[in-house]
Design a protein. Structure first.
Length: 110
C-alpha cells in the first residue's frame, strides 16, 4: 500500500509541475492570456509543497520523482499534445520508472 501511495503522490506532483510549466508555454508560444501565469504559479508552488510530503532525504525523493515525471510527461505528450509516444518513448519511460522503483524500494531496505 505504501508503494501505491508513494507512486500516486509522485504522479500528482508531476502533473502539478507539468501544468505549472505548460501554462506559461501557452502564454508565450500559443498567444494565451497572461492570466495563465497565475494558475501556473499556484501549480508550481503546489509542486514544490508536494515534494516535501515524502518522508525520506530530499535528494532521494528528487531522483525517484524523475522517473515518474518522465512517464507522466509521456502520457501528457499523448493525451494533451496529441502526439502518440513512440516505442522508444515508452521504453525510456519504463526504464526510468524501473529506476525509480529501485531507488524507492532500496531506500526502504537500508
Amino acid at each position: 500500500m505504501l508503494i501505491l501511495k508513494t507512486f500516486g503522490l509522485y504522479v500528482i506532483t508531476a502533473v502539478a509541475e507539468i501544468v505549472g510549466c505548460y501554462l506559461p508555454y501557452l502564454w508565450l508560444k500559443k498567444n494565451g492570456s497572461s492570466w495563465l501565469l497565475v494558475p501556473a504559479a499556484v501549480s508550481l508552488a503546489l509542486f514544490a509543497w508536494l515534494l516535501t510530503l515524502h518522508p525520506t532525504a530530499s535528494g532521494r525523493v528528487y531522483a525517484a520523482y524523475g522517473g515518474v515525471y518522465i512517464a507522466v510527461a509521456m502520457i501528457w505528450l499523448w493525451k494533451v499534445d496529441g502526439v502518440p509516444p513512440t516505442v522508444w518513448d515508452l521504453t525510456g519511460a519504463a526504464v526510468a520508472v524501473a529506476g525509480m522503483g529501485i531507488i524507492v524500494v532500496g531506500s526502504w531496505r537500508s
